[in-house]
Design a protein around this ligand. Structure first.
Ligand SMILES: NC(=O)c1ccc[n+]([C@@H]2O[C@H](COP(=O)([O-])OP(=O)(O)OC[C@H]3O[C@@H](n4cnc5c(N)ncnc54)[C@H](O)[C@@H]3O)[C@@H](O)[C@H]2O)c1
Length: 249
C-alpha cells in the first residue's frame, strides 16, 4: 500500500517548482491532492484524475483564500495534510529601498496566507479529531541576514516562528507542524535571478554557497515533505529542517 493512501493533502504553489514536485510525489504515494495556485495555465497542466482537484486563487486575496479554503476542505470531505509551498521574493530590494507595496505583497503570500490556511485547516483537523500534518516551506534566507532579502527574509522568519507556535498549540491534537528551509533549488524563481554561470559560482563561494557545492532539485525538497507526512516522522514537530546541502549549519 502507498504510504499516503486515504489521506487528502492541500498544497499551495502547486503549479510550479517545489510545490509541483510535492504535489506529484504525494499523489504518487496515494494521497488525494487539492492544488492551489494563481497560475491557471500551469495548474491546468496537472494530469487530471479523480484524486486531484485544482483551485485557482490569488493567495494575497484574503476573501478569495478563505472561500477557497472552504472548498478545499469540502471537496474530498476533509484534509489530513497541508503544505504551504507558494512564495514570492518581491524582487529583492535592500531595506531602504523596499516599498510598502513590496513588503505587503511578500508578507501576504509568504506568511499571511499560510496563517489563514493553518487557522482554517487546523481548526478542521482539531474538530475532526484524526490528527494531521502541516509543512511550511520557509527558506535559508530566514536564518541569515542577506542584503536585498528584506521583505522575503522577514516573511520567511515569520513563517518559521508561526510553525513553532502552531506546533505548540496543535500538538495536543496529534497535529505535527514543521518547516523545511530550502537553499538554492532549481526552480523558476532561481532561473529568473541567476544565469547558469552565476549560479555555479554562487554555489561555491559567497553567502549562498553550500558544503556540497550543488543546487537542490525540487524533488530533494519534496522527498523531505513526504517524510514529514509519513508515520516515520511522528515524533518530529515544531522543527525547521534545513534542506540546503549544508548552506546553513
Ligand atoms: N527555489 C529556491 O531556491 C528556494 C529557496 C528557498 C525557499 N524557496 C521557497 O520555496 C517555495 C516554492 O518556490 P519555488 O522555488 O518552487 O518557486 P516557483 O516560482 O517555481 O513556485 C512558486 C509558486 O507559487 C505560486 N504563487 C506565487 N504567488 C502566489 C499567489 N499570490 N497566489 C497563488 N499562488 C502564488 C506561483 O504561481 C508558483 O506556482 C517558495 O515558498 C519559496 O520561497 C525556494
Amino acid at each position: 500500500m502507498s504510504s499516503l493512501e486515504g489521506k487528502t493533502a492541500v498544497i499551495t504553489g502547486a503549479a510550479s517548482g517545489i510545490g509541483r514536485a510535492v504535489a506529484q510525489l504525494l499523489r504518487r504515494e496515494g494521497a488525494r491532492t487539492v492544488l492551489l495556485d494563481r497560475d491557471a495555465e500551469e495548474l491546468g497542466r496537472t494530469p487530471p484524475g479523480p484524486d486531484v482537484y485544482t483551485l485557482v486563487v490569488d493567495l494575497a486575496d484574503r476573501a478569495a483564500l478563505e472561500r477557497t479554503a472552504g472548498e478545499a476542505l469540502a471537496h474530498f470531505s476533509g484534509v489530513d495534510i497541508l503544505v504551504n509551498a507558494a512564495g514570492v521574493t518581491g524582487g529583492g530590494a535592500p531595506l531602504l529601498e523596499t516599498t510598502d507595496e513590496t513588503w505587503d505583497q511578500v508578507h501576504a503570500v509568504n506568511s499571511t496566507a499560510p496563517f489563514l490556511l493553518i487557522r482554517a485547516i487546523g481548526k478542521h483537523m482539531v474538530e475532526r479529531g484524526r490528527g494531521g500534518r502541516i509543512v511550511n516551506i520557509t527558506s535559508s534566507s530566514a536564518h541569515r541576514a542577506l542584503q536585498s532579502k528584506t521583505a522575503y527574509g522577514a516573511s520567511k522568519a515569520a513563517l518559521a516562528q508561526l510553525t513553532r507556535i502552531a506546533a505548540a498549540e496543535l500538538g495536543a491534537y496529534d497535529i505535527n507542524v514543521n518547516a523545511i528551509a530550502p537553499g538554492l533549488t532549481r526552480t523558476p524563481i532561481v532561473a529568473r535571478a541567476f544565469s547558469e554561470e552565476a549560479l555555479e559560482a554562487a554555489l561555491r563561494e559567497g553567502p549562498l554557497a553550500n558544503l556540497l557545492q550543488r543546487i537542490s532539485e525540487p524533488e530533494d525538497i519534496a522527498a523531505v515533505v513526504l517524510f514529514l507526512c509519513q508515520p516515520g516522522s511522528r515524533q518530529i514537530t515544531g522543527q525547521t529542517l534545513q534542506v540546503s546541502a549544508g548552506a546553513i549549519i
